[in-house]
Write a protein that binds this ligand. Sequence first.
Ligand SMILES: Cc1cc2nc3c(=O)[nH]c(=O)nc-3n(C[C@H](O)[C@H](O)[C@H](O)COP(=O)(O)OP(=O)(O)OC[C@H]3O[C@@H](n4cnc5c(N)ncnc54)[C@H](O)[C@@H]3O)c2cc1C
Length: 401
Amino acid sequence: MINLELPRKLAPAIKQARAVATEVFRPNSRTYDRAEHARPKELDMLAAVIDGLNDSGQGSSGAAGVRRSEPADGQVRNGSNLSTVLSIMELCWGDVGLLLSLPKQGLGNAAVASVANDEQLKRFGHLWAAMAITEPGCGSDSAAITTTARLDGDHYVLNGEKIFVTAGSRCDAVVVWATLDRGLGRAAIKSFLVEKGTPGFEVVRLEEKLGIRASDTATLRLDDVRVPKENLLGSPEIDPERSFAGVMQTFDNTRPLVAAMAVGVARAALEETRRLLTEAGVVIDYDRPAISQSAAAAAFLEAESDYESAYLLTLRAAWMADNAQPNSLQASMAKAKAGRVATAVTLRCVALAGTLGYAEDDLLEKWARDAKILDIFEGTQQIQKLIIARRILGKSSAELR
Ligand SMILES: Cc1cc2nc3c(=O)[nH]c(=O)nc-3n(C[C@H](O)[C@H](O)[C@H](O)COP(=O)(O)OP(=O)(O)OC[C@H]3O[C@@H](n4cnc5c(N)ncnc54)[C@H](O)[C@@H]3O)c2cc1C
């Protein structure tokens, strides 16, 4: 029988994340929404605490917790992927922009954890790493990357431009996707860890955005940037059989994390809306069909059930990763559903709350702005659906695009 209760051993990590969300993120939420590009200094101390907890084995392992290994005893395991998505849900209940600004919790950290070998993990694990895939001429179609990496002795020389890099200016290093040979298509795309301060590697500009304004989003230029050849993450072999499976493996781990962010924001909006509706005298009754309740209660119940399915899909994708099960399909399902739900639910909550939902006295309008990105980065809604269709129909990317 399926058991949907959360394992008790994960309770401390969830509680800790909720405390951070309540005590640090929420009180600073509006401040950094208004002060775009200001570094949220409150988070530096928090990062040191998280480091301490991880070193002592007490904490959830954050973005780096997505590293996979076979369960040693063949038993079902509730491990760090599940713990990480649950913590992220709590933190994003607090503020998704601040979660994205948390040092060492970048999507690049998850990428390093996903594909780095043990030696690389030791060298790079302590850095705050952003992830740079998108270019001026390439977003959804990551196979069209034009940033190049040319082997020159013991170094790769990287050239190109990356745009919309989350945490791109505040991070210590960036995982840069580049091609070893543009003539060889997807199979030649590899990821490279490039540390800040490497000559030729520059932050060119910062974006001003609709939402997640606490998070810095940067354009980066690489002009003849030399990195040791050991900074290539994963295998340097160009294997047309595996296409760019190596770098894509990252997405199977990071998409559930973005889905978790979406679940957290949706939950925040639902809780606040329930409070406002209750204050206004609206009764939400779980023992009566929605159709026989007030329009506001019925709309709320519908939004809540949508949220619930996003939540469960996200847990499934993470649980599969913990148990070394292939989860590309489930990771995309979770990301597609949760991204759509966060966008729709937060907007519905704005509507249900009326003028209160649209004004800056409440955070509902901010959550509606913050939610949209979760349906865009790490693969848009449309791209997730395409991946799901390909997997279900057994079609290749050339056959269905
Ligand atoms: C705030 C923010 C932060 C970001 N952070 C990062 C980051 O850290 N690292 C990074 O690398 N990138 C990042 N991105 C970039 C993001 O991943 C891309 O915006 C996203 O992948 C979409 O690419 P695009 O903007 O080029 O849109 P396009 O690929 O040009 O797509 C435009 C529209 O067409 C749709 N579309 C495209 N192809 C198809 C298709 N085959 N079928 C149906 N519909 C299709 C898309 O879904 C979209 O709606 C960030 C973006 C934003 C806004």
